[in-house]
Design a protein around this ligand. Sequence first.
Ligand code: F6P
Length: 525
Amino acid sequence: MEKFSLSETAQWPRLRELAAEIRATSGSDLLDSRRAARYRLEECGIYLDYSRNLLSDAALDALLELAGQSPLAAHRDAMFQGAAINNTEQRPALHAALRANPAQLVADGLGDFAASLKFQQRDIRAISERIRAGAWLGATGKPVRDVINLGIGGSDLGPKLACEALKEFAHETIRCHFLANVDGEPLVSTLRELDPARTLVIVASKSFTTQETLLNANTVAQWFRERLELANPFASPHFIGITAAPDKALRSGIARERLVEFDESIGGRYSLWSAIGLPIAVSTGYANFARLLAGAHAMDEHFRRAPFASNMPVILALLGIWQRNLLGAESHAVIPYCERLGNLPGYLQQLDMESNGKSVTLAGEPVRHSTSPIVWGTTGTNGQHSFFQLLHQGTNRVPVDFIGVAEDSLSAAEHHRALLANMIAQSAALMRGSFSAQLSAWRHYPGNRSSNVLLLERLTPETLGALLALYEHKTFVQGCLWNINSFDQWGVELGKQLASELLEGQGEASNLDPGASLLLEWLRW
Ligand code: F6P
């Protein structure tokens, strides 16, 4: 894998020619029924329509040929079999193993992992059922009603997304709150509304060193000290820890019996399937958490076994490579037409950009092509009334993933029809465009703007699991073809280190830069 380079493949010169050709094509000529029938897939309750992409049959065939001749299949099998594909940290990437069944894990040589996973899932189940049954009692004997998840990045985004997306299944009285930022305002405002006697805190941190999470935990502990007169709140039933670094968590004072461990081979942004997903089990019930895992596992099986031409993650990844590396797209928008999926763009930002925002190859050499696009977005129809102007007429070409839900029992029929009509119309308008010699230039829509439509049959734990696994594997495929390590994140370290030095007073402002010195002077630091 270390030697593979996208731009040195036999297919690359041909793909460049095909890209130039397609740029000269009118998008409206691509909207025929043969393409509509060919450019679609249905898998795990998700319908993908990619017919509105500036893409020719020849280009798709060449991309598939390239993928077939790349080490992708070998790398994919290595991931499922637990090889140490995260080469800079010498670890496997075991997130898919979290949703596999024990027999499958044994067949893949992951028997030990299966054994520890059993304990982890037993703990998630026991804790969530006790809380949901009103049997998790605080220090004063009152049952817990509010659960605060303190975590950031992957220890926040996945569980928060799933709890919101699956609110149809939420417990009637138990409420989950997510506090991530070190900004004290949301913390103070949330605590003001809560009764400490009925509040449980989950400190969720893979490393148990993350400044934001630890500072937030200390502030909440102080709240318990003051309000409940607890000498050591961390050791009380008001604190649960979830981590891959149990020694550090124990040092904070959290009791061993309230510590749930997960494996360090689970990347933070891939961790919602592990004990980090405890808030999902608390909010929706363990059975629904298991359904989420099952949906993701179904997508894993599809990714593992389907031929590339009908493999949804592979197709999405190849479309992304086509847009990014051959048509020059700098960003990629994700627009869910469903308010309950409003956290999806933020979740995918971490998944995609923290995984693939890299400039060196697996061998540590500079990459010779672009890697992750900038991922962004918000819900539709809201976005239509803010940035869609740029999507339709701006100078940037931004490929879009539109994501909708076919049937929504929580909505009203008239609203839901309007929502989906808008989504489909936007996708059509972007590709088709519109021109009339009678109209002034500002009334022209250039068209030729690509988008995918992903429709979930319903928003259930299974389809949500499948959707998230789909994007995980899309990210993985792109990382393979870009020949980068999708599972480390060294880029985030320097900023953290400088912030710590400033806070600890070791780093004089002048050690940063003159502008930073003036900022600190102005702040009277
Ligand atoms: O700083 C980035 C990061 O390490 C993410 O990869 C991770 O999801 C997040 O911080 C939180 O890390 P932890 O779970 O160790 O607190």
